[in-house]
Design a protein around this ligand. Structure first.
Ligand code: PEP
Length: 258
């Protein structure tokens, strides 16, 4: 096994209470103690992040992530925003940038790129979400995707590219019943790595991680890693169902020939 598998749970705007958030964190951490090859990142809403900070045990490979961050690097008069220093102080190590649900509310590539730059500047890992809305037979969606990747990383210096993970999430698969098939995932993982290599060089692209996201569950997760050759997964709905998420983690962790 060359690289550790990275599974990121995007809780979105869930759950409703702090108590439920604490329960999910506890159960996921417990499930992760059984894993050998997999790192798990939980991304609760900002308000619940502190519930996972300042842990006393360091036995399982679980980390805290945030779903978003301000592009303003310094504290100041930015009502409603949460800054990268605050996240770091809460022991957050991963931050999602450019999730399609935020893009649908008006977030553009320019702002995504500023956020990614703020994240990597602080030495945290940026999970940059990209993906097409629809597919056309002529393959125009590939050009669109390439532009989205380039523009979303426009402010990232080459020396920080190692701190970028790309989450390829076809928008049509997010929240859907069915994930993309693993063979198609494989094509897209190669495509994203090729674009990354053009931007930052082959060496960095060889070491980078490309995650797949969109309707991942315990049944399809292993094939997406094994056949799709994704380096990990970005999981939405299933990440707040600790039992199902535990099964998913177990399924990917047992792939030994990745
Ligand atoms: C997501 O929120 O990024 C996602 C992939 O959601 P789901 O797993 O629910 O499709």
């Amino acid at each position: 096994m060359s690289k550790r598998i990275l599974v990121v749970g995007n809780w979105k705007m869930n759950p409703a209470t702090l108590e439920e958030a604490r329960t999910i964190i506890r159960k996921v951490r417990h499930a992760a103690t059984e894993l050998s090859h997999t790192d798990v990142v939980m991304c609760p809403p900002f308000i619940f992040i502190a519930a996972g900070s300042h842990r006393t045990d360091s036995s399982s490979h679980t980390y805290l992530g945030a779903q978003s961050v301000s592009s303003h690097r310094e504290e100041g008069s930015y009502t409603g925003e949460v800054g990268i220093h605050m996240l770091r102080d809460m022991e957050v190590q991963y931050v999602i940038a450019g999730h399609s649900e935020e893009r649908a509310r008006g977030l553009n590539d320019v702002e995504v790129s500023r956020r990614v730059a703020a994240i990597v500047h602080e030495g945290l890992t940026a999970i940059v979400c990209v993906g097409e809305h629809v597919r056309d037979e002529g393959g125009v969606y590939l050009d669109t995707l390439k532009e989205q990747i380039k523009n979303s990383l426009a402010d990232v210096p080459v020396k920080s590219a190692k701190d970028v993970v790309i989450a390829y999430e076809p928008v049509w698969a997010i929240g859907a019943q069915q994930a993309m098939n693993p063979e198609q995932v494989y094509e897209m993982v190669l495509f994203v790595k090729k674009v990354f290599a053009d931007l930052f060089g082959q060496d960095i692209a060889m070491k980078m991680k490309v995650l797949y996201g969109g309707a991942v569950n315990a049944e399809n997760a292993a094939d997406i890693i094994r056949i799709g050759k994704a380096d990990g997964l970005l999981v939405g709905r299933e990440s707040i169902r600790p039992e199902g998420f535990a099964e998913l983690l177990k399924a990917v962790d047992t792939i030994s020939d990745k």
